[in-house]
Design a protein around this ligand. Sequence first.
Ligand code: CP
Ligand code: NVA
Length: 307
Amino acid sequence: MKNFINISDLSKNELRSIIDNAKKRKSERGKKPNSEPDLNQSIQGKTMIMFFAKPSTRTRISFDLAVKQLGGSSIILNQDEIHYGKGDETIKDTAKVLSQYADILMIRTDSHKDIDEFKKHLEIPIINGLTNLSHPCQIMADILTFEESKGDIEGKTLAWLGDGNNVANSLIEAATKFKFELNIACPKKYQPNKKIIDAAKKNNCKLLITEDPYKAAKDADCIMTDKWISMSDKGDKKKKKKILQKYQVNKKIMKVAKSDAIFMHCLPASREEEVTSEIMDGKKSVVWLQAFNRIHAQKSIIEWCMK
Ligand code: CP
Ligand code: NVA
């Protein structure tokens, strides 16, 4: 079974083939409307079930379009519509049933452990559509977006400013595999997952973790950030926002990066918190392309899982 749960689960070659296939399929489609299928409908007659325990705009719609373009169909379910998540049916039983109804499952949930439990009992591939720990589909779309904007990512420098959250964790795993330098600036209290940092260091990832946003941003090819408060955050939000204030991406910090640096954000954004509108709507921002590329990266992830 080929599951797409964490970037670290795949080899460098597999990840590269997913990005290259996404580029090829995207260019072959040209300017076709989003709802029109590709010429090569590789998952015709197949069904994807999507389950969302948390809200989603991009993941939900881009996966739906991805499945349509590949010739398949999708069923989208929310937290209050099925038994899983409410504790009245085990993950094992849910997995056994879903395996008979569909050909692939995509799930967004609070607990990363639930995905691992699903994996144990499913007879179909599973894709991680965001957990408290990681957001690998987002980072694959971000690699695609970076390369469309600035060429091969290998050897380039990316800087992440702010909360060391699920998106940052997947970015660290990508830095190891795609061999780019990654500077992370965040307060000690909000560093990315320790196990993921340790694994990256063990695998010779060029990873800098600092509390100084200017040090991280210096000469970077790309500055990235995300909301200071994630959907799974349970602590004191006001306090967290105060601590993160000095990591805001604004004109002053963008000046420290390379003059042709780009700005990325997975969205949704809290404007004037982690990023100013001036940067988000400015010339260096590629945030809308990132959101669009979710369709193309995910088509390629689905194909990889189902081959
Ligand atoms: N970036 C992202 O995953 O967005 P949604 O929460 O809207 O799916
Ligand atoms: N870190 C954010 C990403 C949203 C796409 C969250 O988990 O809420």
